[in-house]
Design a protein around this ligand. Structure first.
Ligand code: SF4
Ligand code: FES
Length: 322
């Protein structure tokens, strides 16, 4: 087998080697921290995702070792692969910082500022993005878009005004279900996520669109307005499910399970897709086996307690003889 070709790339003055064909975004993810550009539409588990939101723009100050000319415009790091010797600027580029603030302003043009009543508050990627990269206020003076209400079935609520048209839900439905019954209708200012003739999205894996949505456009009807995420305790749990992996995160308050979601990695992406039964219909703690994370300090404490109990037991006969 031929050895994989490695390319050297420098991002924000940190150099790493990655296999040829790696995107700049994924190379930056290998470094981690602030070097990684934000991504509102790219999703590593969804084929074809990326290239829609422009939040991941970076400056290429050196094209490659062979052709060191800088790229004339900022480029989408989720769609551009690295070249050997490439030099990229993310947070170290004033142009990028400025452009990102512009992208945030653009994404917020039509997005309502309804975080206080939005179920996504506390885990909304757009909220985080605007805190990190946005500017105070808006220059937009026109009326915001409104939409006719669409019913997406018994489990999923669509708030089209919050949608940033990232297409992640469209790719999820397309790649996880046999029939795709929703998509982006119309173009430009009129573009919207919709089902044809208001058909409900009747598919056992369709609940995953809630997890991939970076904003509060798609939310869980079984959880809506019941609690705030910061009051809930996420716990990894598992059950033997005939349809999916059964590996989920339970969001509890006391003994009550308020919602069930797929487990997510450090980039906020789903690790294993879960089925609707696990997500919407299995909300008793008795249905789940909890994955307990035992800390080393707890093990040491337990070891100390057991040793003390054992030594007390061995000295007991001596005490009785006294
Ligand atoms: S509904 Fe959510 S996931 Fe779907 S396109 Fe809009 S923002 Fe993206
Ligand atoms: S994450 Fe790259 S364009 Fe959206």
């Amino acid at each position: 087998m031929s050895e994989q070709q490695l390319f050297k790339v420098t991002i924000d003055n940190i150099t790493i080697e990655v296999p040829a064909g790696t995107t700049i975004l994924n190379a930056a993810r290998q470094i981690g921290g602030d070097v990684t550009p934000p991504a509102m539409c790219y999703y590593s588990k969804l084929e074809g995702s990326g290239g829609k939101c422009r939040t991941c723009l970076v400056e290429v100050s050196k094209g490659s070792e062979k052709d060191p000319r800088p790229m004339p415009k900022l480029i989408a790091s989720c769609r551009t692969t690295v070249m050997d010797g490439m030099e990229v600027k993310n947070i170290t580029s004033e142009k990028v910082v400025d452009a990102r603030a512009g992208v945030v302003e653009f994404l917020l043009l039509n997005h309502p500022l309804d975080c206080p009543i939005c179920d996504q508050a506390g885990e909304c990627h757009l909220q985080d993005l605007s805190y990190d990269h946005g500017k105070e206020g808006t220059r937009y003076e026109f009326e915001r878009r409104t939409f006719k209400k669409h019913d997406l079935g018994p489990y999923i609520q669509l708030h089209m005004t919050r949608c940033i048209l990232c297409y992640r839900c469209v790719y999820t439905a397309d790649q996880l279900s046999k029939e795709r019954s929703h998509g982006v209708l119309d173009r430009g200012d009129h573009a919207q996520i919709a089902t044809f003739i208001e058909k409900s999205l009747d598919n056992e894996f369709i609940g995953n669109v809630i997890d991939v949505c970076p904003v509060g456009a798609l939310t869980d009807k079984t959880f809506r307005f019941k609690n705030r995420v910061w009051f809930l305790k996420p716990m990894d749990a598992h059950r033997d499910c005939p349809t999916c992996s059964g590996k989920v995160t339970l969001w509890n308050r006391g003994d009550e399970v308020y919602r069930v979601t797929a487990r997510k990695d450090k980039w906020g992406e789903v690790e294993d897709w879960i089925c609707n039964t696990c997500r919407f219909e299995t909300k008793n703690t008795s249905d789940w086996l909890l994955k307990v994370h035992v800390k080393l300090t707890d093990i040491l404490l337990l070891h100390r307690v057991i040793t003390k109990v054992l030594s007390a037991c061995t000295s007991l006969p001596k005490l009785l003889l006294l």
